[in-house]
Design a protein around this ligand. Structure first.
Ligand code: DSN
Length: 429
């Protein structure tokens, strides 16, 4: 092994990764950038510590201040989302979903989830969280016109199959799911509704999407780093009656220690969303709509033409006519536009390698300050790219030029303010 070469490769990759993202338009719908204030906490001593168990009931000494941090995280989470109970310990969305399935179902129980082409996340299925709990999953009937769950067919199927868990929320998530209607069906068959809000958590916090808790979901799981611009971890919200089951499914079920530096960072992200969440979420949805409309006007086959394209941070485009999602996503990467290929509701799983679609998320570029004008400019570059109207070198230069003015994080506290803000906030609690 040439260790010197490995180290050189590592150094180069670190530098070039950061250079690439500085000069790129990031459109992966599951990512976001954290503020410098949030990042400051990644480096704190909390990241060197352990805190197994509950606040005030730990298995390690030295947790008295960590207890305060976790208590604040729980209180802010309950306040932002109007939840009776919050568990802030899961270290990822999949971990949260495994815990939720353990809290809500027994091995052999049935669940309804959206198929992956219709937007369901892998953890809603047998090859991940649902399968780990031994839950048997049936796909919801889906309506490709309204791009949503077909309620009448779902009700008929539910009365026959009597699922214990109805999973809502999605990875390809353009329109709010019919939570109230699914809650009614769940009540008829004695099931529970588990809503995976990972993608839209920031939109919910900002009041720009529906509110699954108000609409009756029993458990809400969510990662905290997509439209909610926090560190990479997750939360579970639930009604009070499920609190014990959720908590013991999380610890000792799926976490021991729970990454305390990012827990402290999450508190700062919560405070930022309480301050800036409304305006940030509003601009995200405006940007997604503006991008979808311009892409459509230029000639792209944007998904959802008859239903207004999107109500979230996402836009989906069927790019079959340009060779499919795989070559198109790779071509965009070559010109510094970063997005992913995506199955669409009319694809079957045999198209996983080269699905019909691409998925675009505008939450990160919005956080960097882009508005409707930049969405239009971006759409033009994308159209010229798929039509080969300019060379890739020219298009890359246009991307770099467009990105130049958008390299600092908006809707956020300054790093220099972070400690003072945390202090004043804690005083006010
Ligand atoms: N797979 C991620 C997404 O892009 O939706 C979520 O974990």
């Amino acid at each position: 092994m040439d260790e010197k070469k490995l180290f050189e490769d590592f150094k180069r990759a670190v530098v070039e990764h950061h250079e690439f993202f500085k000069n790129s338009i990031p459109l992966i719908a599951s990512e976001n950038v954290t503020s410098m204030a949030v990042r400051r906490f990644y480096l704190s001593d909390f990241g060197c510590r352990y805190a197994e168990g509950k606040v005030g009931k730990r298995f390690y000494q030295g947790c008295q201040y960590i207890d305060v941090v976790e208590d604040v995280a729980v209180k802010l989470t309950k306040k932002i989302f109007g939840a009776e109970h919050a568990n802030v310990q899961p270290i990822s969305g999949v971990t949260a979903n495994i815990a939720a399935f353990f809290a809500l179902a027994k091995p052999g129980d049935k669940a309804f989830s959206l198929s992956v082409p219709c937007g369901g996340h892998i953890s809603h299925h047998r090859f991940s969280a649902a399968g780990i709990r031994g839950v048997n999953v049936t796909d919801y009937p889906f309506d490709n016109e309204s791009l949503n769950i077909d309620i009448d067919k779902t009700r008929k199927l539910a009365l026959k199959e009597k699922p214990k868990v109805f999973v809502l929320g999605a990875s390809l998530y353009l329109f709010p799911h019919p939570v109230k209607e699914i809650v009614e069906i769940a009540e008829e068959v004695d099931g529970k509704v588990m809503y995976d809000a990972s993608h839209v958590l920031g939109l919910i916090a900002g009041g720009e999407f529906h509110d699954p808790i108000k609409e009756g979901a029993n458990v809400v799981t969510a990662s905290t780093h997509k439209t909610f611009p926090g560190p990479q971890r997750a939360i579970i919200l639930s009604e009070r009656s499920l609190a014990k089951k959720v908590d013991s499914a999380v610890f000792p079920g799926v976490v021991s220690n729970h990454h305390l530096h990012s827990l402290a960072a999450y508190v700062v992200a919560c405070m930022e969303m309480m301050e800036f969440g409304k305006s940030y979420a509003k601009q995200i949805v405006k940007n997604a709509k503006a991008l979808a409309e311009k892409l459509h006007e230029l000639g792209f086959n944007v998904v959802g033409e008859n239903v207004g394209f999107t109500q979230s941070h996402q836009v989906a485009v069927d790019v079959s006519e340009f060779g499919g999602g795989d070559p198109v996503a790779k071509m965009f990467e070559r010109i510094n536009i970063v997005l992913n290929k995506n199955l669409l509701p009319w694809d079957d799983l045999s198209k996983t390698e080269n699905p019909s679609g691409i998925r675009i998320g505008v939450q990160e570029v919005t956080r960097l300050g882009m508005k409707e004008g930049e969405m239009e400019a971006l759409a033009e570059i994308m159209w010229n790219a798929v039509n080969g109207k300019r060379s890739e070198d020219e298009l890359r230069s246009e991307v770099v030029e467009l990105k130049k003015e958008f390299t600092t994080i908006k809707y956020a506290f300054e790093e220099s303010e972070a400690y003072a803000i945390v202090e004043s906030f804690l005083n006010g609690l």
